[in-house]
Each structure stands twice: as C-alpha cells, then as structure tokens.
Design a binder for this molecule. Structure first.
Ligand code: HEC
Length: 123
C-alpha cells in the first residue's frame, strides 16, 4: 500500500473515533467497579444528570411526571414508577426511556440493574 492510502485510512479512522463517542462519554463500564463493592447512587447518577434530567428536572419539563434529580427521586422511581422496566424496553417499544431514544447502552442498563440488586445504596 502506498503512503497516501495509509494516510487517508489513518485520517478516516481518527475522524471516525471522534464522531462515534455519543454514549462512550456517559457510560461507565461495570468493570470499573470492584466486585466486592456495591454499585452506589454515586456510580449511576451520571445517567440521570446527563440524559434523564433533560425532562425529569425539577420542575419537570416536556410532560415528564416527576423529577429524577435527588437520590430519593430516583430511588422512588425504581421502587414505584417502573424505572427499571422503562429503561429495559426494546428500541422502538412504547414507553422506552429516555423518551425518543436512543436506548441506553446495555452496559449502563446493567449497571443500574446491579445497583438495584445491591439494594439501591446512596453511597
Ligand atoms: C425527552 C423527555 C424525556 C427524557 C429525556 C426522559 N423521560 Fe422519562 N418520561 C418522559 C415523559 C413525557 C413521561 C410520561 C409519559 C410516559 O409515562 O411514558 C416519562 C415517564 C417516565 C417514567 C414513568 C413515570 C410514571 O410514574 O409512570 C419513568 C420511570 C421515566 N420516565 C424514567 C426516565 C429515565 C430513567 C430517563 C433517563 C434514562 C428518562 N425517563 C428520560 C419524558 C422523558
């Protein structure tokens, strides 16, 4: 392969890496959390801050029925408002949150599921 082609390929891969980061910015893989430690609200709050609070702010906007701002808000939504079900629905299924998509990355959903299994600790 000549040098120009290598350069073009390299530039393309670089550009691609830059534009492809929508969700990598906000996903925090579970591998970052040691096995013997619980997932806490501190580990998952970035999801609510970066995604959900576009509507679930306080006061809520765009027809969202409740805020997802504080620990108590989010915990209540998990226990009483079907939050885990809403984020787990398939792409395109009615009621999927975040409303209008895209669905959260699976690793982010898994992290929130693990937080629930760990008993929803605050910190
Ligand atoms: C673009 C605005 C918007 C975003 C972003 C959004 N929501 Fe919603 N959410 C709504 C609206 C509007 C409703 C009410 C309609 C419905 O129940 O589907 C709702 C309803 C809900 C409900 C059901 C509440 C109830 O009492 O029935 C839950 C749970 C929920 N959202 C969680 C989330 C989570 C978690 C996120 C982030 C991952 C999120 N939402 C992001 C607009 C949004």
């Amino acid at each position: 392969m000549n040098r120009n082609i290598l350069f073009i390929l390299g530039a393309f891969m670089f550009l691609n890496a830059c534009t492809n980061n929508t969700f990598e910015d906000i996903s925090e893989p579970m591998e970052n959390i040691p096995d013997d430690e619980n997932v806490t609200f501190e580990d998952v709050r970035f999801v609510f801050e970066n995604i959900c609070q576009a509507c679930h702010s306080n006061p809520p906007q765009n027809g969202a029925p409740m805020p997802l701002v504080t620990y108590d808000n989010v915990r209540d939504a998990v226990l009483n408002r079907g939050l885990l079900d809403r984020i787990s629905r398939e792409e395109g299924q009615p009621g999927l949150m975040p409303l209008g998509g895209p669905r959260l990355p699976q690793e982010t959903i898994d992290l929130i599921m693990q937080w629930n299994e760990d008993g929803l600790p605050e910190n």
